[in-house]
Structures are given as structure tokens and as C-alpha cells.
Design a protein around this ligand. Structure first.
Ligand code: PMP
Length: 415
């Protein structure tokens, strides 16, 4: 198992990549940090940290409002970030990219505005049993308000979506489908293209929660034909508190504004307000300018390595990790063995995930324990939570070996 290879995976020189991420040199309890909590948030490369600092040090100004040079520089960087995001997910137009606080706000925006205009008593919103709380609760809120019903596509014991159940539940009453591309707690990759196709055959719009997918899979919103797609900057090496809502132009034009305030208006009188054009109609108030610039820098960083190279390296590391983990005595993977990403949930039979996580932490290994904001998934498996090791392309095989050793130590100590 122990293997000290040079760690050039799929053309990615992992040691060189690691030197781009200053935090990875930290020690925890005197041991080199092994960071396996990437699904919660990724670490940030120097290029992103520099971009954030440069903005505040060199051209901090509000956007869109000033004729002065600083404001123009800030606006150019901010709008430049929008163009980078649009290109990254292949949106047809830059104005289909709405800047938000993250996946959570993006989904709340769609749920609130769609429901206000289109949802009626007796209608159904369809989600899946593996959604993050942020793709459950916003829909519960609007369904309650409108006397609509939230229905849930079932999953099987491998954590895979039951497409037969989807077909059965896709009735004429369904007015919206909102589904995750990749499960954060199970690692499952869902057949979202097929889901969108079947929903569109009945003229039902679909939102894709791409919070986990965006960092592991190529996203092409036009190929997917997604009506809406949401993700967060902090999971793809950008800053926290910033994210994206992609919406098809036609849908964004149909929806009413989410919040009122500056920036989202063209003219205001006490009698009537004319709303701004896309994307500003959905961007009330002074935005997170640094957040946008930071995300733009993160996308540049990804592109500098080539996203296909990154995804391939992650796949190889995942394969190594699955082999290594399944060889650990008493370890049970919660989630599928194939067609998945490197967000690996597991249990050491007989031990509470929290205890395992604590022992790993003492060895410098950061994993997440708990329900991962997917309590219904834990209820389905009748477990209190899992240990989740989530990989990034800056992780190494050697780190996976350390995790395996750490788990063996945990079993000895707890047993
Ligand atoms: N959906 C999924 C699948 C996620 O993994 C997460 C973050 N864990 C979210 C939504 C929410 O993202 P954020 O907290 O950045 O809004």
C-alpha cells in the first residue's frame, strides 16, 4: 500500500501544485496537515489571495457608478470575472451569470422568485432524496407559502437515484425540478442530462445544484440544457461568500426581481420603478466585488493547469483512494463504488464518526464528520453521520496512505 511515487498524476505535478497553496504547509499537532475536507471548502492558491489583496490595495472602488479611473478599473475586473465564469460553464451570454452569495442564495433566489410568479396551490416541486439542505429548505418554504407539495425522488442502498421513481413522480402537477449534479455526502454523480431531457419533454424547468460538480466535472450549461445552475466560489479555489446563479436568458427575464435596492433599477419614482436589465435586475446593492475578482482568478488558475488535466488527476487519485479505503478492516463505504467523485463517505463499523474524526485530527488529518447538511440521507441509511474524506487534485497518494494508517490507529485506540 505505501507507495512513494513521484506524484505526477495525469500530467499534474502535484508537488508544484501544492506550492501554489500556502495553507498546505501548515502543521496540526506538529504533523503536516493532510487536508481532506475539500468538499466543505477548498484551499486557495496564491494567485487568488493576490487578486483579492490587489483589489483592496490598488483599485478598491464601487462598481458601475463612477466615471473615475478606480471605479472603471474595479468595474472592468468585476465584469471580467463574469465573462470568465460564462466561458467556464459555456453560457450563451454573460448576462446569464448572476452573482450571488453562493449556491444557497442562488437556490433561494430561484425558489422565491419562481414561486412568487408561477407556483400555485396543488402544484408539485420535485427534488431528490440526496439533496443538500440548501436544495430542500428553500423549496419547503415556498411550498408551505403556496400550499404546493414537495415530492422526493427515492435513492437505493448504494446512494443512487432511482430513475424509475423519477419517471413515476414526473406528473403533470410538477412545476419545477431541482436536483443536485453530485451528492456532497455520497459522492454520487446523477444523470442530470437525462433528467433535464425528460423534464423538458413536459415543459418543466430544471435547476442543477452544481456546488460539488463544478470542481470535478466539466460543466456545459448549453449542452446540459439546464434552465438554472448554481455553484459556490469557495469550492473551486475562490473566496467564501460568493457564488453563481446561471439562468437561461428567457427564464431570468420571466422571473421577478429577488431583492430591491440600488443597482437593480433603471428608474425609481414613488409611483413606479423600472427594473434594470440582466444581470443587474438580480444584483441589488453593492456586490462582493472582491469575491467576483477572486473567483475570476480561481478560474484563471484552473485554466492554467487545464481543467481536463485536473479532473483526470482527481479520477486517478479517487481510484487509488477507493482501493486503499476498501482494504481497511471494518470500513464501509456509504455511497456508490463507481460513477462517483472523490467525496468519500464511510463508517468504521462499531465506532462513532465523530470519535474517528477526532483521532484523525490529532494526526493532522482533516476529514469531516456528521450529516454533511444532508440529514435525510443519514435517516435513509439509519446512521448518525459518516466520516467524509474529500479529495482535491492537490492531495497525494502518500496522504491517502496516511489516512489509511490513521484509520487503523483509530480502530486500535477505540477498539
Ligand atoms: N449544495 C451542495 C451539493 C453542497 O455541497 C453545498 C455546500 N456544502 C451547498 C449546496 C451549499 O453551498 P454554500 O454553503 O456555499 O451556499
Amino acid at each position: 500500500m505505501l507507495q512513494n511515487d513521484a506524484d505526477i498524476i495525469a500530467g499534474i505535478d502535484v508537488e508544484k501544485v501544492r506550492s501554489d497553496f500556502p495553507l498546505l504547509t501548515r502543521k496540526i499537532y506538529g504533523k503536516p496537515l493532510v487536508y481532506f475536507d475539500n468538499a466543505a471548502t477548498s484551499q486557495k492558491p496564491t494567485a487568488v489571495l493576490d487578486a483579492l489583496e490587489d483589489y483592496y490595495r490598488k483599485y478598491n472602488a464601487n462598481v458601475h457608478r463612477g466615471v473615475h479611473s478606480l471605479s472603471q478599473e474595479a468595474t472592468e475586473a468585476y465584469e471580467g470575472a463574469r465573462r470568465k465564469v460564462a466561458a467556464y460553464i459555456n453560457a450563451a451570454y454573460d448576462h446569464e451569470i448572476i452573482f450571488t452569495r453562493g449556491t444557497t442564495e442562488s437556490i433561494n433566489l430561484v425558489a422565491a422568485t419562481f414561486a412568487r410568479k408561477f407556483l400555485k396551490e396543488g402544484d408539485v416541486v420535485l427534488i431528490s432524496a440526496m439533496e443538500h439542505h440548501s436544495n430542500i429548505v428553500p423549496w419547503q418554504l415556498v411550498c408551505e407559502e403556496k400550499n404546493a407539495k414537495l415530492e422526493v425522488i427515492a435513492i437505493n442502498e448504494h446512494g443512487e437515484l432511482l430513475m424509475d421513481d423519477f419517471e413515476k413522480k414526473l406528473t403533470d402537477k410538477v412545476k419545477f425540478v431541482s436536483i443536485t449534479y453530485v451528492s456532497n455526502s455520497l459522492g454520487t454523480i446523477n444523470p442530470v442530462q437525462e433528467i433535464i431531457k425528460r423534464a423538458h419533454a413536459k415543459n418543466i424547468p430544471v435547476l442543477i445544484d452544481a456546488a460539488q460538480a463544478v470542481v470535478h466535472l466539466p460543466i456545459d450549461v448549453q449542452k446540459l440544457d439546464a434552465d438554472f445552475l448554481a455553484f459556490s466560489s469557495h469550492k473551486i479555489y475562490g473566496p467564501t461568500g460568493f457564488g453563481i446563479l446561471y439562468g437561461k436568458e428567457e427564464w431570468l427575464n420571466k422571473l421577478p426581481p429577488y431583492q430591491g435596492g440600488g443597482e437593480m433599477i433603471k428608474t425609481v419614482t414613488f409611483e413606479k420603478t423600472i427594473y434594470n436589465d440582466l444581470p443587474y435586475k438580480f444584483e441589488a446593492g453593492t456586490p462582493d466585488i472582491a469575491g467576483a475578482i477572486g473567483l475570476g482568478a480561481a478560474i484563471d488558475y484552473i485554466n492554467s493547469h487545464g481543467k481536463d488535466n485536473i479532473f483526470k488527476a482527481e479520477e486517478e487519485l479517487l481510484e487509488y483512494a477507493m482501493d486503499a479505503l476498501t482494504s481497511v478492516k471494518g470500513l464501509r463505504i456509504v455511497g456508490p463504488l463507481t460513477n462517483r467523485v472523490g467525496s468519500i463517505s464511510f463508517l468504521l463499523e462499531g465506532f462513532h464518526p465523530f470519535d474517528v474524526g477526532e483521532i484523525l485530527d490529532k494526526q493532522g488529518i482533516a476529514v469531516r464528520t456528521g450529516h454533511h447538511c444532508t440529514q435525510p440521507v443519514m435517516d435513509f441509511f439509519c446512521i448518525p453521520g459518516t466520516v467524509r474524506a474529500s479529495l482535491s487534485f492537490y492531495n497525494t497518494r502518500e496522504e491517502i496512505d496516511k489516512l489509511v494508517k490513521g484509520l487503523e490507529k483509530a480502530r486500535m485506540m477505540l477498539g
